[in-house]
Design a protein around this ligand. Sequence first.
Ligand code: AKG
Ligand code: FE2
Length: 127
Amino acid sequence: MSFATTRTARWRGYLSTAFRWQRGRQGSGYDKMLLFTARWPIPFDSYLIRYPDGAYIPPHTDPVQDGRHYRLNIILKSPQAGGEFVCATPIYATRRIKLFRPDACEHSVTRVEGGSRYVLSVGWIRK
Ligand SMILES: O=C(O)CCC(=O)C(=O)O
Ligand SMILES: [Fe+2]
């Protein structure tokens, strides 16, 4: 494909997925909505993640092809219980803010119990 064709295909792909709820990869009950993403000047993405009652994320890492993956997650809404982000070595963590290396540090979210959990997640890759 030519440069222009690749760009058009990417843009179409973005328009068909952005601002729509998609089922999360781990198939554990969460949904994500792509907001904004770019490849330049640094590759980044941003998602809204929704965890309904009972949703969780098993321990995993989020590897990238090339470079170091960073992610800043802001917890917009916490459930009554559960929905705890677990990561042994975050770069920075408060109750609401989690900055971590998803490619390097295994992480998970405990089962949401009572209400829902919403997270704004911004990720970027440094070569
Ligand atoms: O919702 C969270 O706290 C973490 C989700 C996750 O696995 C990630 O942002 O890589
Ligand atoms: Fe993750």
